[in-house]
Design a protein around this ligand. Structure first.
Ligand code: URA
Length: 276
């Protein structure tokens, strides 16, 4: 009798499905469509019954902004962000903002703004909320978030961080947020950084690093290096990109790279600030 016989079920298929679900795959499609009507497997569709159209919901502003008019969505985000005088006001402004198409495409529940300390010396920026974050309204509360929390605890950073994302609504199917979606949300991210005035920034994964630093290199070349992040309003802060915890869950061998980045960052954070 082998180890995976009647007494010990083989968990391969189960863990493969869990891996795909974690990666955001919720449907299986072939590359080419199968014409089942031509193959004679199903009857051709009957002409549709005439059903009176349901009244449409008023077209959200996002529908207009999803196209070429990104700049008016960015301008509106800038205006709302600049008017927010504290983090609660910023959170409320984001919740009411209709200029990001993700709000209507991916999010099932709510805007996901941030968690952590409003006086944190370190602001962490991830990519965008996933399903659990969308449901609970806080960033990094799923599997990747639990790994992030363990890493922060091991580095002694648990109570020294404020965590947010480049976009505040879940992208459909957990896809990477597009540069225009990130651009539309950027004034809010930047305003959060201004209000917190941290000593430094940590960007998780390629999508966050590229949009926050406006660079094109891959994350393996960006990670572990110091950059100067410059906000539109002139704020400058040291910033380091590192690997995203979701990537580390898929590639555990890469954890030591992320850990070394976190140690480098913590050493700098622990160094006393030079006056002036
Ligand atoms: N991944 C992210 O980038 N952000 C989250 O909030 C959760 C998962």
């Amino acid at each position: 009798m082998t180890a995976t016989s009647a007494t010990t079920p083989d968990r391969t298929a189960e863990s493969l499905l869990a891996f795909w679900a974690e990666a955001g795959v919720d449907a299986m499609l072939l590359d080419e469509p199968i014409d089942r009507i031509a193959a004679g497997k199903i009857a051709p569709p009957r002409p549709p019954e005439r059903i009176p159209a349901a009244p449409l919901k008023p077209a959200p502003a996002a529908a207009r902004n999803a196209g070429p008019d990104i700049s008016s969505a960015v301008a509106e985000a800038r205006r709302l962000a600049a008017a927010a005088q504290d983090l609660d006001a910023l959170k409320a402004a984001i919740a009411g903002f209709e200029g990001c198409p993700l709000r209507f495409e991916g999010a099932a529940h709510q805007a996901v703004f941030a968690r952590g300390r409003p006086d944190a010396p370190l602001v962490i920026v991830g990519e965008g909320p996933g399903a659990e974050e969308d449901q609970r309204g806080e960033p990094f509360v799923g599997r990747a978030g639990r790994l992030l929390d363990r890493m922060l605890a091991a580095a002694g950073l648990t109570d020294r961080v404020f965590i947010t994302n480049t976009v505040f609504w879940r992208p459909p199917g957990n896809r990477t947020p597009s540069p225009s979606e990130q651009m539309i949300c950027a004034p809010f991210v930047e305003r959060a950084i201004e209000l917190i005035a941290p000593r430094m920034l940590l960007f998780l994964g390629a999508a966050a690093a590229k949009s926050m630093l406006k660079r094109e290199e891959g994350i393996l070349s960006l990670r572990g290096r110091w950059f100067e992040w410059r906000g539109e309003n002139g704020l400058e802060l040291p910033a380091m990109p590192t690997l995203h915890p979701a990537f580390l869950l898929r590639q555990p061998a890469a954890k030591k790279k992320a850990w070394s980045d976190l140690v480098t960052l913590t050493e700098r954070l622990d160094r006393p600030e030079r006056p002036g």
